[in-house]
Design a protein. Structure first.
Lengths: 350, 340
């Protein structure tokens, strides 16, 4: 029986665009140690972070042109992982190489594929257009969370927790009592919730900037294994949002991309993108700061939960009705894991 | 026994069989290792319904070391699990899941009323024993069809004495639910287990008395409804499926077997995860869950697939499937390692 918690054959966000540059950035993605950098033309590179020779991390070496020199004995590896220089010999050992991971940049994120490179089709990179779309503004960050990435997904697939964890910003009583619907596909899960004709919580009241009660929407879209985008916003009550006209309100796309690092740690990438007041950089900064505060509240709860899980290794969760979204999400993840551990792919996935 | 033992389960062995009433049979089952079972614990066992493997949950009546006692009512109209159990002989093997307690007895209440109907007495025996043993203020009211159907009556009278009241319906005796609740201490707790009708009556009376929901505690395994279980058809137009639910299987199992995905947890009508939307019902709905309120049952808009049924006929439902379109954006073709 496998206890694998994430599929290897999938695209994962390894870094924000601005995190990867002309220096060596170590990251552990799905238990694979990688070193990330950019070539001189800007193309991102992801190599195994261990020298072929004595396993010293390449990330503590130096970047020379498009290549990495190991900081111990000076072996040099190119962006495709091939060794291009060996000390004190005129030839290069033909088997010398480190693994190069498929990598691509897309809409401000650098994605890597930790599994079988032959299966890494860039068309499979989830298309999340808002971070660099001209009609949307906003920014995000990354939080390292000491917890299984699936606990972050659980957190997001049931936003009832906003009422209790984020009561000073985006949560209120009305939210936890509003009904919701949970749907699923082969690789996706979706939870929809509308809070009609209620006061907006502080954050959203500020975003809308209009008095009176509001209709609030939360649509949580999950794509296995670790992509979530939220459609969230508020509009003046009765202005037509539930019927499809959100134009009188404020609408956000909130990205949540918890990439598994190890079995019990993850890189939690997040961003808030808005389609209103898009020329105002100060607005971007305020939302970024508010988002960071909200994220810290989640991190505190989720890390405490992971510690409690570790203290109760035999405990099996009792799932409630509110957990339907996360159960569909976990089923989709489990399907991907099962598929790559099937007899056909067993060899290819090493 | 046929069927593989699921991961995490263990193989138990029947060591004793005794009929505690003409229709309720007690089994002693010895396990290699058994965790402590506090009052209110239950175990799942694997049953064979004529070649189809299924699971049933039974309350733990008592525990002696690694031997657990469970009691099973022979139910001709049931989904077939009881017939399998009644065929067991001493020495037979039985796959058993680790015991679990979802109906725990909370301590510290000033008064406890235990209310049991029929085979619903099974989780109550250990509760009564523990409460009486601690000298707690406890009363038990226990209803059965006839005087001969009081399982564990003598045992209970032994430690409860005059704090036990028995009601045999063939003698015209009936629990006066409202009066029992009225006589309870304001902070008293009521624990109940029994047929659906009785539990609904108690829930109604409890609410009418204005008592807090948190102090009414109950467990049901969804095995009884207002109608006998009959076969019925489930139509799922979104998936082009039409599924027959046999009289001895649940709608949840039938849907899963037909490839209609449903999420679920408890399989006894408590968690609400398996609720599906009812588009149209042809036939009388038999809601057997305790997740939805009586108002929601009357509305008839959703049903818990694990326990609820149609009393013959069909029901058209809407599943949770909507496909993967939420991530289908039109985007340009990509190339690997494109420059930033």
């Amino acid at each position: 029986m496998t206890t694998q918690t994430f599929p290897m054959n999938a695209w994962y966000v390894a870094a924000w665009d601005a995190e990867v540059g002309r220096s060596l950035l170590p990251r552990t993605i799905c238990n694979r140690k990688m070193v990330l950098y950019r070539r001189q033309d800007g193309t991102p590179v992801a190599l195994e972070d261990a020298c072929w020779h004595r396993l010293v991390p390449l990330s503590i070496g130096t970047l020379q042109g498009d290549e990495v020199r190991c900081g111990y004995h000076g072996l040099v590896f190119g962006p495709n992982g091939r060794c291009t220089h060996m000390p004190s010999q005129e030839t290069i050992n033909p088997s010398a190489c480190v693994r190069a991971f498929p990598v691509a940049q897309r809409h401000r994120f650098v994605w890597v594929w930790p599994g079988d490179a032959a299966l890494a089709d860039p068309a499979l990179i989830p298309d999340l257009p808002w971070p660099d779309h001209p009609d949307w503004a906003g920014d995000g960050s990354m939080t390292e969370v000491k917890a299984d990435y699936r606990l972050v997904i659980d957190n997001l697939m049931d936003l009832t927790h906003e009422t209790f964890v984020h009561s000073s910003s985006i949560g209120n009583e009305a939210l936890a009592e509003a009904p919701f619907d949970a749907y699923h596909g082969e690789r996706t899960a979706r939870v929809e919730r509308w809070v009609l004709d209620e006061e907006a919580p502080p954050f959203w009241a500020g975003q809308l900037g209009k008095p009176g009660k509001t209709d609030r929407w939360q649509v949580i879209n999950f794509l296995a294994p670790s992509v979530i985008y939220l459609e969230v916003g508020v509009a003046p009550a009765g202005s037509g949002a539930p019927e499809g006209d959100r134009s009188q309100g404020v609408d956000m796309r909130v990205l949540h991309l918890p990439t598994p690092s190890t079995d019990k740690t993850c890189y939690y990438f997040w961003a808030h993108l808005r389609n209103y007041n898009i020329g105002d950089q100060a607005h971007t900064r305020r939302v970024l700061d508010a988002g960071g505060g909200i994220m810290l509240e989640d991190e505190t709860v989720i890390e405490a939960q992971q510690r409690a899980i570790d203290e109760h290794p035999d405990h099996v969760f009792y799932n409630l009705n509110i957990d339907a979204g996360s159960m569909w999400a976990r089923r989709a993840i489990d399907r991907m894991i099962a598929a790559e551990n099937g007899p056909v792919l067993a060899e290819a996935a090493e | 026994m046929s069927g593989e033992i699921p991961a995490g389960w263990q193989s138990g062995r029947v060591t004793s069989i005794r009929d505690v009433t003409p229709t309720i049979r007690e089994f002693g089952i010895v396990l290699d290792r058994a965790a402590a079972c506090p009052p209110g614990s239950h175990v799942k066992v694997q049953v064979d319904l004529g070649g189809r493997i299924d699971q049933r949950s039974y309350s733990v009546v008592g525990q002696e070391g690694s031997t657990l006692r469970i009691a099973v009512k022979r139910q001709p109209e049931s989904r077939g699990g009881s017939a399998y159990m009644w065929r067991l002989r001493s020495g037979d093997a039985l796959a058993v899941a680790p015991p679990r307690c979802d109906f725990p007895l909370m301590h510290g209440a000033p008064h406890y009323l235990l209310l049991a109907g029929g085979v619903g007495i099974t989780p109550m025996v250990a509760m009564a024993a523990q409460l009486a043993g601690r000298g707690t203020d406890v009363r038990m009211v226990y209803a059965a069809r006839s005087a001969g159907e009081f399982a564990y009556g003598e045992e209970l009278a032994g430690f409860l004495g005059d704090r036990l009241a028995l009601f045999a319906s063939d003698r015209g005796e009936q629990i006066d639910i409202a009066d029992e609740i009225r006589r309870m201490h304001p902070d008293g707790e009521l624990y109940m287990c029994g047929p659906l009708g009785l539990m609904e009556a108690v829930r109604g009376a409890w609410e009418e008395a204005g008592r807090p929901r948190s102090k009414l505690r109950y467990e049901t395994f969804g095995s009884s409804g207002s109608h006998a279980a009959k076969a019925f058809t489930v139509k799922v137009p979104r998936l082009g499926a039409e599924v027959l639910v046999r009289e001895n299987e649940s709608m949840l199992d039938a849907l899963e077997a037909a490839g209609v995905e449903v999420v679920f947890e408890c399989r006894r009508g408590e968690c609400g995860l398996c609720a599906v939307e009812i588009v149209e019902a042809e036939g009388e709905m038999d809601h057997r869950d305790v997740f939805f309120s009586p108002r929601q049952h009357r509305e008839n808009r959703q049903m818990c697939a694990c326990v609820s049924r149609v009393a013959g006929g069909s029901v058209t439902i809407e599943p949770a499937w909507r496909g993967d379109d939420a991530f289908a954006f039109a985007g340009p073709e990509l190339s690997m390692g494109e420059p930033a």
